[in-house]
Structure formats: structure tokens, C-alpha cells
Design a protein around this ligand. Sequence first.
Ligand code: PA5
Length: 488
Amino acid sequence: MLAAQLPIASVVTPFQSPANMTGPLLTYHPDAALRLLRPGRLAGLQAALEAARDETLNDVDQWQSGQPLPAERQPLDAGFIQWPEELLADLQGNRASSLVARLEDSGKRLQQLADSLVVLGIGGSYMGMRAMFEALRPACWNELCRTSRQGAPRLYFDGWNVDSDRQQELLSLLDQRAAANPNAVDGRTAVISISKSGGTLEPAVAFRAFRDFVEQRFSGLERDLIVPVTGESGRLRSLAAAAGYRDVFSIPDGIGGRFSVLTAVGLLPAAAAGLNIRALLQGAADLTDHFRRAPFDQNVVLQFVAVCHAFEVDHGLNCRVLSTWGSRLEAVGLWYDQLLSESLGKHERGATPLTVVNTRDLHSRGQQHQEGRRDKLITNLLPGPPVLAPLAVAAHRLDEDRLNQLAGTTLPRILDAAIAGTNQAYADVGRPTADLRLPGLTEHALGQLFQMLMLATVVEGRLVGTNPYGQPGVEAYKRNMQANLGIQ
Ligand code: PA5
């Protein structure tokens, strides 16, 4: 097929389209797994899970009351639960002066100023935006021309590792772009520097390098081209004040790093990338409402936790495989890996998350899932219909590959056959699978998914008596690294 015949233009989703502000809820189908649990097992968990839900929701009131907390309940970063609803209410009441409007304005300003955007951050200050970018933007985004990107910049991530070569390669690419287009938007780079504590070494070191680059290459514009997103205090906050950056966004105190994807941490880069941040928030708010009200047997959060917990306790399945069907969801899986590991990997307990992308990983991990150790619960994450009109297998006069029998069959149809075939293969040998179905790859659906998995992680923590907030174990490596470097 000629390139001109491909529906290239439709790869870019429209800006702020009111039509996709809402949509159907995601659904959870654990039927195949339930056949492997003893009858009535989930119903037996109902009371404990409803109590865990109440505790999760009561935490919000406790956190908002500002009352001192006993040591075993600290930290309590429950602010993410009602945050999307609060932002939408703020938008409704305060319009242009609301936080959502200010994030959109800042995102648009970055679009107008620069054609390359570097987002710096690590852990919770990075993975959520990467998940959104990969899920909602085409894989070849950075290769598209500015018009096809509807004026949104190319996007790069750094500060999530210490990798001299990689950082130099990116700086050198951006430098070449600047040299080729001096004084033009096409040559300019903007930087969003994200760190809640403001002191994490990896993004701080990267920020020095990218800040120097911006100051040298785009002298006079750095106050507009650099936007910090940080906590109310800390080194990045002080630096932002000293530098006088035009926009600085806050990460609220009661929202922990890996629960912060729907704060400025994710929303500012998302707005700059032209995503519909209102729909993201609406999706999360709709899911929270469902979590609060839906009865146990229809509640996607409670059902998901019940199935994961029952298989871990009854069958020792402490490896949770998130099996993503479609490359666009891999980074969502990596975001969830972090969420589950840092939240529940404590006290020598907590399931191990693992993300796979199929059908790619059927040709690697699939062997182990079919015949290896019986320690895995597989949750299929299904993205819904493709964003573009489906491709089909073409007929050809040379049929030595015997594919003319599939002529006209679409790729989604082939993928469906792979999904059904894989589930059947696992069922045949008593390996549990469940399906988590998105209604489509939209901002609204992704907002729901983020909120669902964050709520599920907290509910499970409350169920098993592990504080899901905080990550004391991560501090040990930081202390040692800083001591090795002689840092004060
Ligand atoms: O979940 C968390 O809190 C962590 O993963 C943090 O997001 C990560 O360590 C980065 O921290 P900061 O944003 O303070 O640089």
C-alpha cells in the first residue's frame, strides 16, 4: 500500500476534544481464574475487603483533618484519592485561574516556545508520564513533523538513570537541532524538571546538564523554557526561586511519588504533549466514584484485589504477571511494577510484579508461564480496539508463504486469536488468567486505569496490614551512594 493511502493524519488525537471527556468504564473478568479457586472463596473475602475499602476512604478524612497520626500509620499519602475530583471542581469553580487551566496554559506556552521537550525525573516522578506518552502517542511521535504533531513538541526522558553516553547523545542531538535552527522554535528545547523532594541525585545531576545547555544555547529565554515541578520545600524549590523561573508547579504534600501521576508531575508534560488532561482527570474521578459506590461483586477494584489476594494466599501465586496485549501498554506495566513493588514489597512480603508484552514475550517468557514454576497469576491488560483503521493481510500472486488463506484478515483478528489461544493453553494446564479490559486507548480510559491500580494497591495494603505509602527500603542505596561520593 502506498504511504499516501495510510491514515497517517489520524494517528494524532485531537486537542481537548469534549467528545472524549467521558466514556465507558474499564471492566474486569476473572472467570477463568475463578474456576481454579474453591467455590465461594471471593464471597468469603467480602467483609475484609469492604473494611479495607472503608479504611482506605477514611484515610482521606484523617489526612485532611491534619490530626497527628500514630507512628505505624505514617506516612499517610492518601491525597491522590480525591485529588482528580478536587481538580475538576476547582476547574468548574475557578475556570481560568484553576490549576488545570494553568497547567494547560503552561503546556501551550512550552509548545509555542520549543519543538523538543526533555522531562527529567525518576521513579514516581517519571514513570507515569512515560506510560501516558507511550499509550496515547504513536511510537514514531518524535519522527513526525511538527504539523503532524499538531504543534506539540518531541518528547525525551532523562534523569531516570545515571548513563553518561545516553545523556551525551541526547544533549548532542538537541545541540545539533539548535545549531541548525538558531532563534527558531524548531531548534529550541524546553525542560520540565520533576522531583518532589528536590534532592534526588539522578534527576538533579541531569538537571544541571540540561539547565546549562538551555542557558548557553537559548540565553535570555531560560526563565520560560525551564519549568520545575517540585514539593513545597527542598533544593529544587530554592533553586527555582533563585533562578526566577516563570512557572513552577507544586506536588502536594499528601500525594506520594508513585501516586502522583495525576498531579502536575504527569499533567504538565501531558498538557505540553497535547493530551487531554481533563479527560484523564475525569476518568480517574469516575473510577473513584465507582470504587466508593459499587457493590463488592461489581466493584473492579475490590474484585481485582480479591482475586490477587486469594491466589497468593491459597495457591502461593506471588508473581503477578501483567500481560499487555499491544506495545503501547508496556510502559503502563512498568509504572505498575513500580507501584506494586514500592508499596507492598515490605516486611519480607509482597507479590512480585512482572510486565510482559504479547505476542512478543510469548516467544520468551511464554514457555515459563506455560510450564514453569506454578507461582504466577496472569492478568491480561487488553487495550480495546485499535486507534487506527485496522490493517489486513494482503493477497499476493506468490503464495509460497501460504498466507493467501488469511487474505483480508485484520491484524486485530489475528491478535484476538492469539489472546484466546494463549488463555486456552494456560487454562488447559490449570494456570489462572483474568482479563482487565480498557474501553479504548484514550485519556479517559488511562485515567481510570491509573486510579484503579493505585486504589487496588492501597486496599491490598490495608487488607494485609502493610502501609502502602512510603518506601523506606529505597533510602539505603541512596545513603550508601551519597557516602561513596562524599556528599553532605
Ligand atoms: O514513589 C516514590 O515516592 C518514589 O519512587 C519517588 O517518586 C522517586 O524516588 C523520586 O523521588 P523525587 O520525586 O523526590 O525525586
